[in-house]
Design a binder for this molecule. Structure first.
Ligand SMILES: [Zn+2]
Length: 223
């Protein structure tokens, strides 16, 4: 079976989605690009039953080349990222805090320097029905110059140069949203909103991360 290593990687990360609290049930999906091929999770399959041979392989237009199941219904979104950027991995989740935040703001307020991992303030892509080209366009727009976005009233998308990187960014995004939600909830008690970092400080940290040699840390971020 060709692409055995990549298929195994899709299975490994897909099976982490539920234990890591990034999805409920069969929601969410993952993909990676290898040359002109895209490997993606099948639609509606319980991740516990996903095996390497069930991973879908398509071309960049979404035509199924290998696999006996339909690829994820969000394939237009994944393909849009691959056809318009250099990213080679996409992780889409319905993480709880991030989904809650996606219903409240147009951009995640910058109250922690780790927002710099995403290249700037994390935008919320305007709502469109799941699986549609409209949603794909909305998300691709919100991702411009960023490695992650929220999807209004839906969830998250993170991208990267590897599945490990995109997946780790998704965990960071969920954590940042959880921190903002908790701070916002407690804000009433002290009579003010959570304190935001100035834009120039965010730019400073982005520059530090760049000289650190990575946009998203393959190794842990200190500080
Ligand atoms: Zn979704």
């Amino acid at each position: 079976m060709r692409l055995a290593q990549e298929r195994a990687e899709i299975v490994r990360f897909a099976q982490r989605l539920r234990p890591d609290g990034l999805v409920v049930g069969t929601s969410g999906n993952l993909s990676m690009r290898v040359g002109n091929l895209v490997l993606a999770t099948p639609s509606g399959l319980d991740y516990d039953t996903l095996t390497p041979d069930l991973v879908c392989v398509t071309d960049l237009s979404g035509r199924l080349l290998e696999g006996r199941l339909e690829p994820t219904s969000e394939m237009p979104l994944h393909l849009s990222v691959y056809n318009t950027t250099d990213h080679t991995a996409v992780v889409h989740t319905h993480a709880t805090a991030a989904t809650a935040v996606s219903t409240l703001v147009a951009e995640l307020p910058v109250i922690h320097y780790l927002v710099a991992l995403f290249g700037g303030p994390v935008r919320v892509a305007p709502y469109a029905t799941y699986g549609t080209p409209e949603l794909a366009a909305s998300v691709t727009g919100a991702l411009e110059g960023r490695t992650g976005c929220l999807m209004s009233n839906h969830g998250t998308v993170t991208v990267g140069s590897s599945l490990a990187q995109a997946y780790q960014l998704n965990l960071y995004l969920e954590w940042l949203c959880e921190v903002w939600l908790r701070a916002s909830t407690a804000a009433g008690a002290v009579g003010r909103l959570p304190r935001e970092l100035p834009a120039k400080e965010l730019q400073r940290v982005i520059a530090k991360f760049e000289t650190y040699g990575q946009v998203a840390p393959a190794r842990p971020v200190s500080g």
